[in-house]
Design a protein around this ligand. Structure first.
Ligand code: SF4
Ligand code: FES
Length: 239
């Protein structure tokens, strides 16, 4: 392959009456990522193209986009894996307000993340040394810490469409990450924040989050574990 088409969603709400698509012919080189192709457009064709990226190593989560019909990280996605009939199609993450081109307003995502208090809650003065835990205790939430807060799961979740109050799989995953951390002293408060109709009980186990996550995390399992904790707590209260 010598070249391919890069079809990009374009929209500047301050200037455009509505969105449109621009297509650029991009020279291909072995190993090229979608982010590299987008940056080539900025450097050679149209410097006004807006997008987010930072680490280029699938760590910061900022380059999540909708690429050739799927939620992906532009910096991790190889052009050859996203080609459809010689074209790679790129649009912003859905269900969020477009600020410009591929940049969306992530405010609802971060607001919901903050609602679960994404940090260890203390119940006394800080210890003189670090808080220790056993490998078995660490294993309770081991994979959850790999979340890079990219937004792919949040924007793919059918329970969150048209309902910004739903915490979303990312926030619930982080709630579980702290709930199951032996060092955390906020278990009751955490459960109270998520065990409601805009939290774990709005998850209908559609598994979109699990399918889209570029880090291969299992948000659905984390949510089910929180549901089990909520049920156990309710039963204990009834006794
Ligand atoms: S759980 Fe996965 S898809 Fe969701 S924000 Fe974290 S890394 Fe992204
Ligand atoms: S640029 Fe950081 S995850 Fe893609």
């Amino acid at each position: 392959m010598e070249a391919f088409n890069l079809k990009i969603f374009r929209y500047d709400p301050e200037k455009d009456a509505g969105p449109h698509w621009d297509t650029f012919r991009i020279p291909y080189r072995e190993g090229m990522t979608v982010l590299e192709a987008l940056l080539r457009v900025v450097e050679h064709d149209d410097p006004s193209l807006a997008m987010r990226y930072s680490c280029r190593e699938a760590i910061c989560g900022s380059c999540a986009m909708y690429i050739s019909g799927w939620y992906r990280l532009a910096c991790k996605t190889q052009v050859k894996d996203a080609l459809e009939d010689g074209t790679v199609t790129v649009s912003p993450l859905p269900h969020l307000r477009v600020i410009k081109d591929l940049v969306v307003d992530m405010e609802p995502f971060w607001r919901n993340y903050e609602r679960i208090k994404p940090y260890l809650i203390e119940d006394g003065p800080p210890p003189e040394r670090e808080r220790l835990q056993t490998p078995a205790e660490r294993a309770q939430y081991a994979e959850m810490v790999d979340c890079i807060l990219c937004g792919a799961c949040y924007t793919s979740c059918p329970s969150g469409v048209n309902n910004e109050e739903y915490l979303g799989p990312h926030a619930l995953l982080w709630a579980a990450r702290f709930y199951f951390d032996s060092r955390d002293a906020g278990k009751d408060e955490r459960l109270n924040r998520v065990a409601n109709e805009n939290g774990i009980f709005r998850c209908h186990t559609a598994f979109n989050c699990v399918e889209t996550c570029p880090k291969h995390l299992n948000q659905t399992e984390a949510i089910q574990r929180l549901k089990a904790e909520a049920v156990k707590k309710a039963l204990a209260l009834r006794r």
